[in-house]
Design a protein around this ligand. Structure first.
Ligand SMILES: *[C@@H]1O[C@H](CO)[C@@H](O)[C@H](O)[C@H]1NC(C)=O
Ligand SMILES: *[C@@H]1O[C@H](CO)[C@@H](O)[C@H](O)[C@H]1NC(C)=O
Length: 386
């Protein structure tokens, strides 16, 4: 009964409505009807356009507010770079690096730094090890760790680094065959006896070596003739796995430790080189091998001058994906410079397409003049016969 009644009342309502509207429509002349519907169409288009404009304006306002209020993990600082130098003179492009032979290909992870002793090659890898290698047979002879092997998998993942360590710069102590000095980005500075594999800690991270914040991210070093270790610290704020935060922030929070009369001073040795250098090593004739970890691009100055954009990047992209992101937006380009003692470029080795050597973090010259090339993100050690 109830249902039937409801249907009935609907039946009543609908014809009444129909009747009303059709009556008004029928009474209007046909031309006016067309004009009215084209008016309606215009109105509709116009309001659609207004609507579109409003949405765009709101979006812009939102983005501008967002942009103005960006508060990412970093406090990016404005800086400005000169135009990169042209590829001419000693910087003229060539294919010398493409002749590099890949040793231990895909058998080692991120060999950042190398040292040579008695025909053996030592390297520091992403999984927290120092490897002893035979470059001729390509055998991995021994593996050392600075601390006992942790229970987690040391595979160079973001979480594994602080636990497994990340050895960066390595060098033999002057006139010594067995003492290898190693800087680990998380643990500090060690001495490793390569005859036994035992290591001793010289300076742990967290130590206070000057008035500033405690040692946070040591990176590379050298040893003076009287045995003093001079080392650099990339950032007092970020650790090695967040080094791109430090690069994007550019607040100048890195340090170096210089001993003696020139303590606290610095000179610019080479200005406006065509990329971002890493571990510097002496060539046999006293010149310097300067590996370029990333070549300057035409538009990196734009990014330099837009600190908010850099902050925005760190807000939008998780820190674990930043290396991947920068790899995607930059073209690989292998470059090694040879600088003389005055800081002038004497020669350069290129792999313009980066197919053989996409980037390098160290060049080590052997006594026979061969060059060994390391890379913190690559999976081989390069050998270039000259
Ligand atoms: C490293 O090991 C961890 C734990 O076993 C694993 O979850 C992670 O996927 C590995 N990462 C890489 C890059 O292999
Ligand atoms: C050092 O050797 C390199 C080749 O290995 C050469 O290009 C450069 O001119 C030499 N520098 C000096 C100062 O002799």
């Amino acid at each position: 009964m109830l249902r039937q009644r409801k249907v009935e009342s609907n039946d009543h309502a609908e014809p009444a409505d129909d009747h009303g509207t059709s009556n008004t429509r029928e009474s209007r002349p046909r031309t006016r009807r067309t004009a009215r519907s084209s008016n309606r169409l215009l109105n509709c288009l116009w309001s659609g356009f207004l609507c579109f404009l409003t949405i765009v304006a709101l979006l812009c306002a939102f983005l501008l507010t967002f942009y103005a209020l960006i508060d990412g993990p970093i406090n990016a600082v404005y800086f400005s770079l000169p135009d990169p130098p042209a590829w001419n003179g000693p910087l003229e492009q060539n294919d010398l690096l493409t002749k590099t032979e890949r040793l231990f290909d895909k058998r080692i992870q991120g060999p950042e730094s190398q040292a040579l002793r008695n025909g053996k090659l030592y390297t520091s890898t992403m999984d927290g090890q120092i490897l002893e290698l035979d470059p001729d047979t390509q055998a991995i002879l021994r593996e050392f760790r600075l601390r006992d092997k942790p229970s987690i998998t040391c595979n160079g993942s973001y979480d594994s680094f602080p636990v497994c360590g990340r050895p960066l710069g390595i060098r033999f102590a002057k006139d010594e065959d067995t003492t290898l000095i190693v800087i680990d980005a998380y643990f500090g500075i060690y001495e490793v006896d390569i005859s036994t594999g035992s290591s001793s800690l010289l300076l742990p991270t967290g130590s206070r070596v000057s008035d500033g914040p405690p040692l946070n991210y040591p990176n590379d070093f050298d040893v003076t003739d009287d045995g003093v270790i001079i080392f650099s610290e990339s950032s007092t704020k970020w650790d090695d796995r967040r080094h791109l935060y430090s690069v994007l922030e550019n607040s100048g929070d890195g340090r170096y430790y210089l001993h003696g009369a020139k303590r606290g001073t610095f000179d610019v040795f080479a200005d406006n080189i065509p990329g971002y250098p890493d571990n510097i090593r002496l060539a046999r004739n006293g010149s310097l091998w300067v590996p370029i970890a990333a070549v300057r691009t035409a538009d990196d100055n734009l990014l330099a001058q837009m600190p908010k954009l850099r902050t925005l990047l760190t807000k939008l992209i998780p820190v674990t994906s930043l290396p991947w992101f920068f790899e995607k937006i930059t073209a690989p380009y292998g470059l090694v410079l040879l600088l003389n003692q005055k800081g002038e470029v004497e020669a350069s080795l290129h792999d313009v397409a980066g197919t053989t050597v996409p980037y390098t973090t160290q060049v080590t010259e052997a006594e026979d003049g061969q060059l060994y090339l390391g890379s913190d993100a690559g999976y081989f050690i390069g050998r270039l016969k000259r």
